[in-house]
Design a protein around this ligand. Structure first.
Ligand SMILES: [Zn+2]
Ligand SMILES: [Zn+2]
Length: 375
């Protein structure tokens, strides 16, 4: 969405007039990211980038939280360059160079803290072509210099015309540029049906079909390729949303198996989330600074998870008022995870092999095969 300012005003005032929360958007002028504390001159055109489906609030509200506290700054906290991002929770303005440095440092820290990688690991990076996976690919390439591991990109084409084809083109281009080997798998070939065809059958919760069937492909292909880990682009917002959803849906056991499966199984390739401590907005900015192109309304046309969408919206609003909320939820999630995991340790949990496809499963037939037979 492009908007020309009618008078000189701060970006915060402009966003406020539009009823948009600061945590939810990035703003650029002529393709260059600007911090939300910037001043917009009369007639200047700014582009507001929604990096996921976040609607403007129905009616403009009083500016709240860190918008009021945000101090204007024309220079980066670490050098004299112009800042492109304002980190409210740290009250810091950063230029592209220092923001990228901080970002990669934090990815490295998470990798160490959660023991995600061992030297020489072979990592399959789930690359959808969206901003999260794109940022993940770039951050891992950067981190690889000091922590040697091998990586290939794994792309799953669910078959969503107009949405996925473009993302897949992007993903291919990136891999070429970064000289990373890429494997592409399609729902059509692996499951016999595209998600668009599944959608036509009027299934509810299409997002869970898509998620389960995509994971099934990622796990089996990563195993076939001899990968030690699958890296996915979940960011701090995803983690905080998942934590809240587990509570809202009364699924406390899911806390226990977020970081790693409850039972080790050689057919199950461990999943790692190197971006788990980084806010979505920063992931979006990092991807943008690496040339990721945004489509306005860049969302899956079949997205149906209304609950996650509401939770996401509420968390953005809370984060605006109380910077640091998302990290605190994610930390509680970690603590709870350890406790729940400990308490189920002695319960006999067995992982079988699905009688249809041979993938690890807690039931006789795995969720993916159940879904497929249901179609
Ligand atoms: Zn700087
Ligand atoms: Zn199965």
């Amino acid at each position: 969405m492009k908007i020309a300012s009618s008078s000189e005003m701060s970006l915060i005032e402009l966003l406020h007039e539009l009823g948009i929360t600061a945590e939810a958007v990035l703003v650029s002028i002529d393709g260059k990211l600007i911090p939300e504390t910037a001043t917009i001159h009369e007639g200047q055109e700014v582009e507001i980038i929604y990096y996921k489906h976040v609607p403007p609030l129905s009616s403009p509200q009083e500016p709240r939280g860190h918008w009021k506290r945000a101090e204007y700054s024309s220079t980066c906290a670490n050098c004299q360059s112009a800042p492109v991002i304002y980190l409210a929770y740290a009250n810091q303005h950063l230029c592209p160079k220092h923001f990228k440095e901080l970002f990669e440092k934090r990815v490295k820290r998470s990798i160490r803290e959660y023991n995600m990688l061992t030297k020489g690991d072979r990592v399959g990076v789930a690359l959808s072509g969206g901003k999260d996976s794109y940022a993940l690919l770039h951050a891992l390439s950067a981190v690889k210099e000091s922590l040697p591991f091998e990586m290939v990109a794994l792309t799953v084409d669910e078959g969503i015309p107009g949405y996925r084809d473009k993302a897949i083109q992007n993903a291919k281009k990136r891999c070429k540029e970064l000289e990373i080997q890429q494997h592409v798998y399609t729902f059509r070939e692996e499951h016999g049906k595209t998600i668009a065809e599944i959608a036509k059958e009027g299934k509810e919760n299409l997002c869970s079909y898509c998620g389960v069937l995509r994971r099934k492909i990622l796990n089996s292909k990563a195993r076939e390729l001899g990968m030690d880990k699958v890296a996915i682009g979940h960011n701090l917002d995803d983690v905080a949303q998942t934590a809240m959803l587990n509570l809202i849906r009364n699924e406390p056991l899911r806390f226990a198996r977020f970081n790693e499966p409850l039972i080790e199984n050689e057919k199950l390739i461990p999943r790692i989330r190197p971006l788990r401590d980084i806010r979505e907005k920063e992931v979006a900015a990092y991807a943008f600074l690496h040339g990721h192109e945004y489509d306005s309304g860049c969302c899956c046309p079949h997205a149906t998870s209304a609950l996650r969408w509401s939770v996401r919206h509420e968390l953005n609003s809370l984060e605006d008022q109380y910077p640091g909320t998302k990290s605190k939820i994610a930390s509680s999630f970690n603590t709870l995870q350890a406790i729940v995991k400990d308490s189920v340790k002695d319960k006999k949990l067995k992982l079988k092999e699905c009688s249809e496809c041979g993938e690890p499963s807690s039931d006789e037939v795995c969720m993916g095969c159940k879904m497929l037979s249901d179609l």
